[in-house]
Design a protein around this ligand. Structure first.
Ligand code: J2J
Length: 541
């Protein structure tokens, strides 16, 4: 086991094995098996390129040799920041075969996040595209290399001074045969974060592949399924619920879209015969708006998943009439637990709930402030434990003591209620996080950056409700003598290398913060202030 990771107590791991959840399979073996059974079928389509299971399997083997020759070995951490490209698959499976661990960064992360991931995970390598969405990722690599000159940077495209990924595919008669156990950590996923920086989430082959198997079953995937990936595939939702890996598990085909707009996605759905895709609520709204004015034939689409943030019942009700396909709500988290509405659930359940746990081994508790179970139907804090929910974050002993109960339940930070039939309704949040249309912002992380500005005395960041994104972020700033402008502060954050989605949408200057009876800053009161202001009820000095 990788140092800094907590595993399941033996009675639980025995149970999950005995019950057939963990079948002892690794990612490397999973791909090999599909390549042997259905080598000629297409695994991934990206623009005009189709890669079969056999080719993907071979390419992963070749790349594993090249990565090994570069010095990457079992247990090494490698920060992977690749957008929706076939190389993402090749890199992941090559690393899985080596027993090295991808750390999944998102394409929108910038130097502040990347430097932290590289440093905290003690990464030996960083894999990037040359340019993506108008941004040159090699600038991030230079900054990371300034901090650690030994870091190996691998680039797909124009590598400039770095190693070119294309040169690492080595057709050697000797395959990489690292001994990888299914109980090993396969990769580190990112948490949305609530206290300071994102935590890293260690997921094993056993637990993740189990979640893929159940997800694929629930979503009724098979060899004829075509999954369209419009969200960035490194995120846990399009990666695994059932996402790209669940599709490969089922032997289906993944189609990669470079972006989520209807202009890119609708023609792909028509041309590729897409059967299932996954969206966050703001995108679902955008697609709903677009559909009436386009004449693409989307009749192949059977399931439209919406998750990552609360989807309003009003919008949910419009999906079937507009798309003629089933809506599936998905409420999940990179730490583990995923809830789905089932495809044959009654309409009212699909529209009004966020689904129920995917596994009968998921344990759910909904509790009050003192960890006592609330009455059925009442709102409380969601705690969970199960065969694919972690027992601790990577190298975070102190935080783990708060984020998990003594008996191993993960405190999700979500406020939920449960229907009499066991479906979960997300009612709110009790974590210092903003969910900006599915993108998670840890308030404290951004507050710490702002506190580094000379003219900022104190700061508190809260969510403000937004019709399109659900929530946007608002920073309340108490300035020192000479107040900075909002523009200056935003520029300051950008220069510190913060991902754009974390830069506050609005900055309000104030002289003091409302306090709770205990003297802490009352974020609840701040949310009320900005809400009243947006509704023109008060004017803020
Ligand atoms: C309300 N809040 C939701 C929903 C997630 C599948 C789907 C999503 C994620 C994900 C994921 C929500 N309604 N339908 O990993 O495998 C909020 C909750 C949750 C947090 C987790 C998956 N779906 N959320 O979004 O790790 O607050 O995972 O605890 O990014 O998103 O965020 P994340």
């Amino acid at each position: 086991m990788l140092a800094g990771c907590s595993s399941w107590p033996k009675d639980y791991s025995d149970l999950y094995k005995r019950e057939g959840c963990w079948k002892g399979e690794t990612f490397g073996e999973m791909l090999r098996d599909r390549a042997q059974k259905q080598g000629n079928r297409i695994a991934v389509t990206c623009r005009d390129r189709n890669v079969s299971y056999a080719e993907l399997d071979n390419r992963a083997d070749h790349l594993a040799v090249g990565l090994q020759e570069l010095g990457i070995k079992k247990m090494d951490r490698v920060v992977v920041q690749l957008p929706n490209l076939i190389e993402f698959f090749e890199v992941c499976f090559a690393l899985f075969r080596l027993g090295a661990l991808p750390v999944f960064a998102l394409p929108s992360h910038r130097s502040s996040e990347i430097n932290y991931f590289c440093e905290f995970a003690e990464a030996v390598a960083y894999i990037i595209p040359d340019n993506h969405a108008g941004f040159d990722h090699r600038t991030l690599a230079r900054s990371a290399k300034d901090k650690n000159e030994k870091l190996k940077v691998i680039v797909t495209g124009d590598a400039e001074e770095f190693v070119n990924l294309a040169d690492l595919y080595i057709d050697s008669p000797k395959k990489v045969e690292a001994k990888v156990a299914s109980s090993d950590i396969a990769f580190l996923q990112l948490s949305g974060g609530s206290t300071g920086l994102s935590k890293l989430i260690p997921r094993t082959h056993d637990d993740y592949i189990y979640s893929l198997r159940v997800s694929a079953e629930i979503c009724q995937l098979d060899k004829d399924s075509v999954y369209l990936a419009v969200l960035p595939i490194a995120h846990n939702y399009p990666l695994s619920s059932p996402g790209i890996f669940g599709t490969l598990y089922a032997g289906g085909r993944v189609v990669l879209s470079s972006g989520p707009s209807p202009d890119e996605a609708f023609p792909l759905i028509e041309k590729q015969g897409v059967t299932i895709t996954a969206l966050v609520p703001p995108l679902a709204l955008r697609w709903l708006d677009a559909i009436s004015t386009r004449d693409h034939d989307l009749s192949s689409l059977q399931v439209l998943q919406v998750g990552g943030a609360k989807f309003s019942a009003e919008a949910a009700r419009r999906i079937y009439p507009a798309f003629g396909c089933k809506l599936q709500q998905v409420f999940g988290m990179a730490e583990g637990l995923v809830n789905y509405t089932r495809l044959n659930d009654p309409e009212e359940i699909i529209i009004n709930t966020q689904g129920r746990p995917m596994s009968k081994y998921d344990e759910i508790r909904i509790v009050d402030e003192e960890d006592r179970d609330v009455e059925q139907g009442k709102v409380g804090h969601l705690l969970t434990r199960g065969p694919y929910t972690i027992r601790g974050y990577y190298k975070a002993e102190e935080h783990n003591a708060k984020a998990f109960t003594l008996d191993g339940f993960y405190r999700t930070g979500d406020l939920v209620s449960m229907t009499s039939t066991g479906y979960i309704v997300v009612e709110g949040r009790d974590k210092d996080q903003i969910n900006r249309g599915g993108e998670k912002i840890a308030a404290e992380e951004v507050e710490n950056h702002l506190l580094a500005h000379d003219a900022v005395h104190d700061v508190a960041i809260v969510s403000m409700s937004d019709d399109y994104l659900g929530e946007r972020s608002c920073a309340f700033v108490i300035p020192r003598q000479k107040a900075p402008t909002a523009k200056e502060l935003k520029q300051f954050l950008k220069e510190r290398g913060l991902a754009t989605f974390k830069i506050p949408d609005r900055i309000e200057f104030t002289n003091s913060f409302p306090k709770t009876p205990l003297g802490k800053v009352s974020k609840k009161a701040l949310r009320q202030i900005i809400s009243d202001k947006l509704n023109n009820r008060i004017t803020l000095k």
